[in-house]
Design a protein around this ligand. Structure first.
Ligand SMILES: Nc1ncnc2c1ncn2[C@@H]1O[C@H](COP(=O)(O)OP(=O)(O)OP(=O)(O)O)[C@@H](O)[C@H]1O
Ligand SMILES: [Mg+2]
Length: 363
């Protein structure tokens, strides 16, 4: 169903994006060992990635790095996610298990694959080395797909895993292993990978980039029409256009509207659904403002139309009731750009998503 609120897994539920799937295919068969899948929130990165994985017959470990928050940003946590994935794919790639068994510290029992993460001999690179061998022997490419990969930067603890080094090692030595890294916080992902930071293990490495873009107005209209048609419901052009005008081609919001229309069976509640979407964005922004209330002032200033550095600084100072250092304001703005909440172009700041702009007025 086109309006299903979860990320799509199959091509027949994925609207458009043929070009993106082709580009990913091309990168995997002939591009750099590092592929980045980037785009703002809710634009459909995970859907493109999942459909690509399901459509092709590559052995892929798919890891959503946000899950580390639940299993722990530790070696043990990371291995538990990898182990789940091997258990998931091993039925499809029968001999992969034989390669895994050859690694010390790996225990294959019953349906599961266990990693003795305390073992000195076990490392992520040793697993990737074996997967490289597997891929060479079977004429394929082994893919490590990591969604919201910027969260890998939080891996910590004794014997901390530095994922940058693992990718760099693989890049230099393992011809048949590729990384697809997706993320909505584009600046944070770049900073974590450090392609332009001389002290980063990935400094100067080449990568391929797929930017998942928002839909044009025409495509957004077509998306809603197709979704309603699929549900066997006819909705007036006026309603469709009104919704599209509010949402700026961000498919996640379009799907949300479609889904809620079908759920409620009413098409005269655009305002209500719009407010729901704003509340979703607001609760995401509140996570940020709980870290520093100054974010609320900066976002509110921007949402009120102050879009230059000095105007924003002045507004924040008035609301905070004190003077702010230039570095504080610059750092807050740079962080918001890194998180892809706002953009900076020609010295002007702007929201990337109109829903976040409206949510910010309520901060
Ligand atoms: N091409 C598409 N066709 C139909 N629905 C889509 C498409 N792309 C995304 N969606 C829908 O939009 C919503 C967001 O998609 P998805 O989770 O893939 O985006 P994302 O960019 O990974 O978002 P996030 O930044 O939150 O991780 C989901 O409801 C998904 O079903
Ligand atoms: Mg996603």
């Amino acid at each position: 169903m086109l309006f299903d609120p979860r990320p799509k897994e199959r091509r027949n539920e994925l609207f458009n994006r043929t070009k993106e799937l082709e580009v990913l295919s091309k990168y995997v068969t002939s591009g750099s060992p590092i592929i980045l899948c980037l785009g703002i929130r809710r634009v459909g990165k995970t859907s493109v990635l999942k459909v690509f994985i399901n459509e092709n017959n590559y052995p892929v470990l798919y890891i959503d790095a946000r899950r580390l928050a639940e299993v722990g940003y530790t070696k043990q946590g990371l291995y538990s996610l990898i182990s789940e994935e091997f258990a998931r794919i091993k039925g499809r790639f029968a001999t992969i298990i034989e390669y895994l068994k050859a690694i010390r510290g790996v225990n294959v029992a019953g349906h599961g694959v266990e990693f003795n993460w305390r073992s000195k001999e076990l490392s992520i690179s040793s697993i990737l080395m074996k997967m490289n061998e597997y891929a060479e022997d079977t004429g394929t490419v082994f893919i490590m797909a990591i969604d919201e990969a910027q969260y890998l930067r939080f891996l910590k603890g004794h014997n901390r895993i530095d994922f940058g080094y693992i990718i760099a090692y693989s890049y230099d030595n393992l011809r048949r292993v590729k990384f697809i890294l997706a993320g909505s916080e584009v600046g944070l992902l770049y900073r974590f990978l450090g392609f332009s930071n001389p002290s980063s293990p990935l400094y100067g490495r080449v990568r391929d980039e797929l930017f998942v873009e928002r839909f044009s107005r025409e495509l957004s209209i077509e998306f809603l029409e197709r979704g309603f048609e699929e549900a066997g419901i006819s909705v007036s052009e006026r309603v469709i256009e009104e919704v599209v005008d509010l949402l700026d081609g961000i498919v996640g919001w379009l799907a949300y509207f479609g889904y809620r229309f079908l759920q409620t069976g009413r098409y005269d509640i655009i305002d209500q659904i719009y407010n729901e979407a704003i509340n979703i964005a607001l609760s995401e922004l509140k996570k940020l403002t709980s870290l520093s209330p100054l974010y609320a002032y900066v976002l509110r200033a921007l949402a009120s139309g102050f879009d230059s550095w000095s105007e924003i600084k002045r507004a924040v100072e008035i609301w905070a009731g004190r003077r702010m250092s230039s570095t504080t304001i610059s750092r807050l703005l740079a962080n918001l750009v890194d998180m892809s909440i706002i953009s900076k172009e020609n010295g002007r700041y702007a929201f990337l998503d109109p829903i976040y702009k409206h949510a910010s007025k309520q901060l």
